[in-house]
Design a protein around this ligand. Structure first.
Ligand code: IMP
Ligand code: MG
Length: 181
């Protein structure tokens, strides 16, 4: 077996074309609400592929977006997040007075995005909006909803388009469900 062979069976949930169409629509929604300069804050690592497509869709649709990165992680190594969110790599931009759009991969418990919103507000961003590629609404532990959602999904484990399973599959050009063995 070559190193690129998959070790899990993965069923496509959203194809490359489904994603491209949805990302373009999201960019148009975002611009309709915020026609001025946007500071896109990418929450690493899972959202980097989505964010790369989203900022290009914003430009294509006439917006001027700047971009910066923050790394957030939950303590603990299990599949269940411990609940405490940790900022492990900070932004280089000052967000004071900026229209911030937080971009993340999956809204699950809500703890990560709630922490990020709170952090941007403490730093006196002019406005804070949230854009999540995927939403698993049944898994929420914190009372928060995203301003923009790519796709709402059942509580299945998904990979691809930036999302990993034990650090693999981030480069798949589609979003797929990992079949349980
Ligand atoms: P929460 O909303 O704070 O629970 O954060 C959800 C985070 O858990 C996401 O940013 C992902 O890093 C991870 N995660 C949740 N579900 C999945 C999945 O189906 N595939 C890959 N990562 C996931
Ligand atoms: Mg994440």
């Amino acid at each position: 077996m070559s190193p690129s062979d998959h070790q899990h069976a993965i069923n496509t949930l959203f194809s490359t074309d489904d994603i491209a169409e949805r990302v373009d629509a999201l960019a148009r929604e975002i611009i309709a609400d915020e026609p001025g300069d946007i500071l896109v804050v990418v929450i690493l690592k899972g959202s980097f592929v989505f964010a790369a497509d989203l900022i290009r869709a914003l430009e294509r649709n006439g917006a001027s977006a700047q971009v910066d990165f923050v790394t957030l992680s939950s303590y603990g190594m299990g599949t269940e997040s411990s609940g405490k969110v940790n900022l492990t790599h900070d932004l280089s931009e000052d967000v004071t007075g900026r229209a911030v759009l937080l971009v993340d991969d999956i809204l699950e418990s809500g703890r990560t995005i709630a922490f990020a919103v709170e952090t941007m507000r403490e730093r006196r961003a002019a406005s804070v909006k949230t854009c999540l590629l995927l939403d698993k609404p049944t898994q929420r532990k914190v009372d928060i909803e995203a301003d923009y959602v790519g796709f709402t999904i059942d509580p299945e484990f998904v990979v691809g388009y930036g999302l990993d399973l034990a650090k693999r599959y981030r480069g798949l050009p589609y979003i797929g469900i990992v079949q349980s063995e």
